[in-house]
Design a protein around this ligand. Structure first.
Ligand code: PMP
Length: 423
């Protein structure tokens, strides 16, 4: 073991996780590739769990950031006014909101996904005066108490150490075969004997990133929106992982033609892997008092600079078209894997660049991901039982990169499914 790995294993808390799944010490990264201390090259089909949709060290963003730092641009300023902030807001409005006919106020809640979710839940409770939130089975929204309370995973929930309250979990799309989960949900709202009070908000991911790459149909999402409207419930879309192009469009809900009341964005928003999050709020419910929800690291200026540069990808529809072509390649590769290797007992799940194979065979996805790592490709598993292996390359990967990745993944599947069974 290297000295660097040794200090990490000795001194870093037991809670460390990704350095256990990918046990090497990384030194450099560029685009869809990473290198470790031994000079071994890896294809990155993990992309910072969706935080690196534009790849590592994107050259245009890097140039802007270096220029900004060299000129002594403001680094830290809480939420004071800065030119970097103004430029980001202006471009986000022009390139993202206006062309989509979306009107939102932009809140800077602190730099992580869980920060934006916490702010969304607090705001929904404040605006409606109600306490409860409806969340959905296998949803994942973060690790602080509020966002954990709307997260399904029992291991993660247990980590809270206190009761997680004021949340009712309802079945996500297709949670139970042949049952319309929204008829079920609506029955609870209609029936004053159901024990479920009208909530402040419903929170959901359009494709569940950590909960098993379950993609809700656009019809289901539309119906959620109409139920929310009927009962005066706010709709929060947590686009922390599915947003910023991951499912094929900037916001993951565009295809469903819905307009959530609150949208949570983080991960790839800065474009460069720099911590950054925003909460988008329907203007008439923008009701926090000044400073009522604050924090030291709101308005990360370096993130403003790289995020502003990243928005160039969305100035026309070229990038979206490119994502579509490549996501079709990924989808057909996965379909081919399921057909060629029946031992997988697999099913393709997801949308756009947010896809994977769910396997009915216990432990198989983890074995395949570990083998892929040995073979030089980084990918993770997802779902309550790690039943899915997840393909998450940067959206900027080229066709050659995809093909090389497919070869490693197929090789890894082949060697695992042909392994003799040991008991
Ligand atoms: N929401 C979703 C949908 C996520 O996938 C995540 C992170 N995986 C979060 C919230 C929390 O983000 P963070 O880890 O930055 O707090």
């Amino acid at each position: 073991m290297s000295k660097d790995m040794d200090i990490i294993n000795t001194l870093e808390s037991e809670v460390r996780s990704y350095c256990r799944s990918f046990p090497t010490v990384f030194t450099q990264a560029k685009g869809y590739k990473m290198w470790d201390q031994k000079g071994k090259e890896y294809l990155d089909f993990f992309a910072g769990a969706g935080a690196l949709n534009y790849g590592h060290n994107n050259p245009k963003m890097k140039e802007k950031l270096i220029e900004y730092i060299t000129n002594d641009g403001i680094t830290h300023s809480l939420d004071m006014a800065s030119t970097a902030k103004a430029e980001f807001l202006n471009k986000f409005n022009e390139v993202i909101l206006k062309p989509r006919k979306l009107e939102y106020k932009v809140m800077f809640p602190g730099p992580t996904g869980t920060n934006t979710v916490e702010s969304a839940l607090k705001l929904a409770r404040k605006v409606t005066g109600r306490t409860d939130i409806i969340s959905f089975t296998n949803g994942f929204h973060g690790m602080t108490i509020g966002s954990l309370s709307v997260t399904g995973n029992s291991m993660k929930r247990k980590g809270a150490g206190i009761p997680l309250q004021n949340v009712v979990t309802m079945p996500y799309d297709n949670y139970v075969d042949n049952q319309d989960s929204l008829d079920y949900l609506e029955r609870f709202l209609e029936d004053s004997g159901s024990g479920v009070a009208i909530p402040a908000a419903m929170i959901l991911e359009t494709v569940q990133g950590e909960g098993g790459i379950n993609a809700a149909s656009f019809e289901w999402l539309k119906k959620v929106e109409s139920i929310c409207k009927r009962w005066g419930i706010l709709l929060i879309v947590d686009d922390v992982q599915a947003g910023v192009g991951r499912t094929g469009t900037f916001f993951s809900f565009e295809g469903a033609e819905i307009k959530p009341d609150i949208v949570c964005l983080s991960k790839s928003l800065s474009g460069y892997g720099v911590p950054f999050a925003i909460t988008l709020i329907r203007p008439d419910i923008d009701k926090f008092q000044p400073g009522e929800h604050n924090g030291t690291f709101r308005g990360n200026n370096h993130a403003f600079v790289t995020a502003t540069s990243a928005l160039d990808y969305w100035k026309d529809d070229e990038f979206e078209k490119d994502i579509k072509v490549k996501s079709e390649m990924i989808y057909s590769f996965l379909e081919k894997m399921v057909a060629t290797y029946p031992e997988l007992k697999g099913e393709v799940r997801g949308r756009g660049f947010m896809v994977g194979i769910a396997s009915e065979v216990d432990g198989l996805p983890n074995k395949i991901a570990a083998k892929a790592f040995e073979n030089g490709l980084i990918m993770e598993t997802s779902g309550p039982l790690d039943e899915v292996f997840k393909l998450f390359p940067p959206l900027t990967i080229d066709e050659q990169g995809l093909k090389s990745g497919f070869e490693i993944i197929e090789e890894s599947i082949k060697s695992i499914v042909k392994e003799p069974v040991t008991s």
